[in-house]
Design a protein around this ligand. Structure first.
Ligand code: MG
Length: 193
């Protein structure tokens, strides 16, 4: 059986989506784990999954916060996870957005964060291939899953040749949907048994 690798979205998946957490200086008080996220991560760990976070952070391009703030928030989440016995192997984020996104959100088109050729931003698979390089593993040697609360998260898993799970309160056509990370972890466990 292939090594299980689970790529996790951050906002709305591991932590509550607090509309660009990090833009206010009181972000530490606002930071909360999403419902059943800890149980889900623990379950995945019991399955010996390699875990990585891949997070689109357009808030940098939109001027809501700096890249340093993203790093600071990730460190805080990692510390709180460690306190609960959970270890995420790699943390990646993408600050790049495409022209079309920039236009919709009034980001100057000459911003260094506007980039139409990068495949880092999900549903691109650039962050996934980076993680695999870090693990010294080829994509196809992994039982690869992406879990997230946006269609683009699940789609990134499919685009990488793996599978995607969409965390959603309601069923979405074309996607495997569950309400929380724990239910998603049980689905993966089932799929591997
Ligand atoms: Mg999300």
């Amino acid at each position: 059986m292939k090594q299980l690798a689970v790529f996790l979205d951050r906002d709305g998946t591991i932590i509550e989506d607090n509309y660009y957490l990090g833009k206010s200086d009181s972000w530490r008080q606002e930071l909360r784990f999403a419902a059943h996220a800890i149980e889900g991560l623990s379950e995945l760990q019991r399955m010996n999954a390699c875990l990585a976070v891949i997070s689109n952070q357009a808030g940098v391009a939109r001027g809501f916060f700096t890249e340093n703030r993203v790093i600071e928030v990730n460190r805080e989440i990692a510390a709180r996870l460690t306190a609960r016995g959970i270890h995420i192997d790699q943390w990646h984020y993408c600050t790049l957005v495409q022209t079309e996104y920039a236009r919709r959100h009034n980001i100057p088109l000459d911003s260094p964060f506007v980039n139409d050729t990068s495949d880092l931003r999900k549903p691109g698979i650039g962050m996934i291939t980076k993680v695999c390089a870090g693990w010294n593993t080829a994509l196809q040697d992994l039982d690869l899953w992406v879990i997230g609360d946006k269609e683009t998260d699940a789609q990134a898993g499919i685009n990488a040749g793996g599978r995607g799970i969409l965390l959603s309160p309601r069923a979405m056509p074309g996607f495997t949907c569950y309400t929380d990370l724990y239910q998603a972890a049980l689905h993966i466990k089932d799929a591997r048994s």
